[in-house]
Design a protein around this ligand. Sequence first.
Ligand SMILES: [Zn+2]
Ligand SMILES: [Zn+2]
Length: 417
Amino acid sequence: MRVDELGELSDEVIEIAYKITKEGLGPICDNCLGRQFAKISSGLSNDKRGKILKEVLRTKGMEIEEGKCWVCNSLFANLEQWVTKALERLNDYEFDSFLVGTKVSGMLLENEEQIWEIAGATYAEPLKAELNREVGKRIEVRTGKRADFEMPEVVVILNLWTEKVELQVNPVFIYGRYRKFKRGIPQTRWFCRECHGRGCEKCKFTGKMYAESVEELISDSVLTEFKGDDMVLHGCGREDIDVRMLGSGRPFVVEIKAPRRRKVDLRMLEEKVKEENKGKVEITSLQYVKREMIAKIKNAEAAKTYKLDVELKSKVAEEDLQDALDKLIGAVIEQRTPTRVVHRRADLVRKRKIYNARLVSFNSEEQITVLEIKCDGGLYIKELISGDGGRTKPSLSELLGTEAEAKELDVVDVELK
Ligand SMILES: [Zn+2]
Ligand SMILES: [Zn+2]
């Protein structure tokens, strides 16, 4: 071995190494010695560099004792232990990419500060950077999976305080569309207003306002397949509880937390959800996406098409109804926050456009008419019919000169713009 393998600055490096071995608190391992010069590029690993340095010092007549390293407590001599612990934890999880991180204990941090006081930290690499890299390399070799510094599926955390390996398993995200065929089901879990989920008499100790939700109906199958801890549904807007969601369905992203499986056949999952929720909920168009998709669908501008049964309080001729609908097409509706939601939403005036309004069927005897209306998302459709005491203008009621009320409502399309 030759001194020039140490790269440039070899005189300075040898001088610092001399100080470390002379003034240090005991034996130091090759890794810890070599790591103090990691930023000097020489193409050597830390332990190789440390080994060469020790030989150079010995040829200069210095005595160097080997033994338990005072800097790392011989952590690097026992790397395999950490690799084994990590592999044991990872065994339960399907993953293609991972990253290793370390929570360094206070004692090792202190040791590191002490050696930097002697050697200076100019060329040094932190202990945890080397530990992460070395354990990571071994996991790569043993599992054939790759370390990913941008978006690892699993983060392996070496906790030097507890001597345990922790896993941070990143979620799986799936985009899709749901259809809801039954009224009375909210989109997501809705905690009881009285007890906030703890369970009380009012909610029959379920902790919930409603027995089931689209989120919960889907989550059974999803969590079984992905073997995840929990699932959250992020919807592109939401329909009222008493409104069905038909047609092509509403876009959503589900976030599956701590999944043990990440590669599930999504067509099979669609079938399974359909099978287990006969007549209630279906999901389609499933595809794997990245986290960013949540913000995308949450902020997306969408046009919605509703089909609704409207009750007219007095007789109206079909031509007048047709005229009123024609006037709505292209109209911009000025809508103050509806009376029914103003207690929980800011009271302001929204402007929303109507793209289409058509008569599906008309029964002059029963005064029930079926309409289809396409409008900007965020328009309160029930108030477009009733007028909400003049808070929504124009409204069907105002245009017809008679009271009108939406009885049953379905969303038949959500079109992302
Ligand atoms: Zn060491
Ligand atoms: Zn309750």
